[in-house]
Each structure stands twice: as structure tokens, then as C-alpha cells.
Design a protein around this ligand. Structure first.
Ligand code: C2E
Ligand code: CA
Ligand code: CA
Ligand code: CA
Length: 287
């Protein structure tokens, strides 16, 4: 097993990122970073899980749970629940994404092991991985270690990366992907169609799954052009041997349209909102 060794990069070496924090005033970034520190140290992170489902395109077909996606929140003592859209960019810029990602992965693996012991028939768990985590190294080793401790098969793990990870033609990305594949994990392209990358990475990077972003889905049941675009993306995914998930399904009609166009998996509020990990098991058993 050729695991990627993370410590090869010299300590002074930096990579270019484009964290989307530039629009935040400095004092807000500092406050968020402080919140993040506190959440990490004082049990302030919450793991949420959202189901990813399958169904055939018959009307009223039974929906089955294919897997879950892990989504993190901060529970702030005064400000309530903070959304990852606010603090993930700060976590990436500050490097706190590394302990945060490690926390999410550990909690997610523990949940999956527990759910499996309790008889929940869920196949997979998907983790969001940011570019910074890949470039920092150690991701593959950490995952392999977690899988072993929780006695889970790597085939049940999906790692989701956005197209922006592919912006840099960097061998670290390729090596990490290869090592994850060698371990047995699956790789997903997240938010497909929204990044800055060209499609050229599809020729040589070993993806298994493409997740069509929810911005393509809002009017898929009423706007023929949007429907055509989604159908074409699904077809392209299949032509490349990928499984296709459509995100952001909020309505029955959106679900039927995407299924009729061949989507393999669906995810969205229509089926279930992200739930706290502690509640998820009971709910998913009856899904
Ligand atoms: P994402 O990976 O694209 O995750 C899907 C987002 O869409 C989640 O937002 C989910 O709650 C939301 N969503 C699901 N179904 C629907 C729907 O039907 N309608 C609408 N409008 N939204 C829906 P969330 O949980 O706020 O997460 C936002 C983003 O933060 C994620 O987008 C992901 O990029 C990032 N993120 C979340 N957790 C982690 C994490 O542990 N690590 C990293 N690196 N990023 C994370
Ligand atoms: Ca995701
Ligand atoms: Ca997404
Ligand atoms: Ca997103």
C-alpha cells in the first residue's frame, strides 16, 4: 500500500490558496478564528449528517438510504449555531481546518461504526476535504488509522473535494488521490459546475462520483434549459463511468426530473435536512 507521506514538503514552503475570506473585515476574521479555537478546545463542534438516497424513477418509488454526508457546525455560546459557510474559509486560512477536519472524520467514523453495530443499513459516509488538508499531508494515514480503530472498510468512505482543488497542477493532489484510491476509498467532485477549473481534470484524475451543485436544480422541473443542462451533466458523468448525485433537491418534482434524467443518487431537504449525529440513527432507520 503506497501511502502518501505528508512530511516531504519543507516547513517554509507555502502554497497558494484562494480562501473566500477576503470579503470579511479583519476583526470578524479574528473573532471567527477565536470562536473556532474555542469550539475545538471546549466541545463546541457539532456533527450533522444528511442522507444521500437512491430511488428508481417509477412514481412513488421507495427511497432507500445510500449513505450520509458529514457536515460540521459550531455551537456558539452566545451567537447560536454558526454555519460552515462562514467559518470554513476562516478555518482554511488559519490552518485550523486541520484539527477541524480530523475531528469531523473521527466523529463520523465513530458514528458509522456505531450505526453499523446497531443494524443501520447505511453504506457510506462522505467527508468534505479542503485543498489545505490535502496539501498539508497526513490525510491518508489519519484515515487509514481511523478505519482500523473503528474496524470499518475503506470502501464505505467517500471524500468530497471541490473543483478548486484541481486548480493547481500539483503532484500532491494526484498522489493523495491515488493513495486514497489504493486504500479503497471513493472520490467525489463536489459542487460540480461551480468552480474555476476547466473540465480537463476529468481526463486524468480518478473520480468515482460527481455531485451536481444545487444551483442547477432550482428550476430543473420548470425550466427546459436547466433540465437540459442537468441531463447533459448526468450523461457526461455516466459516459466517464462516474456515479452521479444531484444535490439540493427540495421538491418532489425536482427529484422526479433528476431521476428521469438518470441521476444515481439524490440529496436535499426534500428527503431530509442535516440532522445532529445523535438523532440521525433513529431517524434514518425509519427513512
Ligand atoms: P457542501 O459540501 O456542498 O454541502 C451541502 C450543503 O448544502 C450543506 O450546507 C447542506 O446543509 C446544504 N443542503 C443540503 N440539502 C439542501 C437543500 O435541499 N437546499 C439547500 N438550500 N441546501 C441544502 P452546510 O451544512 O451549511 O455546509 C456548507 C458547506 O460547508 C458545505 O457545502 C461544505 O463545502 C462546507 N463544509 C461543511 N462541513 C465541512 C467539513 O467538515 N469540512 C470541510 N472542509 N467543509 C465542510
Ligand atoms: Ca459536500
Ligand atoms: Ca456540494
Ligand atoms: Ca457547497
Amino acid at each position: 500500500l503506497a501511502l502518501h507521506r505528508g512530511k516531504e514538503r519543507s516547513p517554509g514552503e507555502y502554497r497558494l490558496y484562494r480562501p473566500s475570506t477576503v470579503h470579511l473585515p479583519a476583526h470578524e476574521m479574528i473573532a471567527l478564528e477565536r470562536d473556532l479555537h474555542r469550539a475545538l478546545n471546549e466541545d463546541g463542534l457539532r456533527l450533522m449528517l444528511q442522507p444521500i438516497v437512491t430511488a428508481d424513477s417509477q412514481p412513488n418509488a421507495r427511497v432507500t438510504l445510500a449513505g450520509v454526508e458529514a457536515l460540521v457546525r459550531i455551537e456558539h455560546p452566545e451567537r447560536g449555531v454558526l454555519s460552515p459557510d462562514t467559518f470554513i474559509p476562516v478555518a482554511e486560512a488559519s490552518g485550523l481546518i486541520l484539527p477541524l477536519g480530523a475531528w469531523v472524520m473521527e466523529q463520523g467514523l465513530a458514528w458509522l461504526a456505531d450505526a453499523t453495530r446497531q443494524g443501520l443499513d447505511t453504506q457510506t459516509i462522505a467527508f468534505n476535504v479542503s485543498a489545505r488538508e490535502i496539501h498539508a499531508g497526513g490525510l491518508v494515514e489519519r484515515l487509514a488509522d481511523g478505519l482500523e480503530r473503528h474496524d470499518l472498510a475503506a470502501q464505505r468512505i467517500i471524500l468530497e473535494v471541490t473543483e478548486n482543488v484541481m486548480l493547481e497542477r500539483d503532484s500532491v493532489v494526484r498522489e493523495t488521490f491515488d493513495a486514497l484510491r489504493a486504500l479503497g476509498c471513493k472520490l467525489a467532485i463536489d459542487d460540480f459546475g461551480t468552480g474555476f477549473s476547466s473540465l480537463s481534470y476529468l481526463q486524468h484524475l480518478p473520480f468515482d462520483i460527481v455531485k451536481i451543485d444545487r444551483c442547477f436544480v432550482g428550476e430543473v422541473h420548470t425550466a427546459p434549459r436547466q433540465a437540459a443542462l442537468v441531463a447533459a451533466m448526468i450523461e457526461m458523468g455516466h459516459a466517464l463511468g462516474l456515479s452521479v448525485t444531484v444535490e439540493g433537491i427540495e421538491l418532489h418534482e425536482q427529484a422526479s426530473r433528476c431521476l428521469a434524467s438518470g441521476a444515481d443518487h439524490l440529496q436535499g431537504y426534500y428527503f431530509c435536512r442535516p440532522l445532529p449525529a445523535a438523532e440521525a440513527l433513529a431517524r434514518f432507520i425509519t427513512l
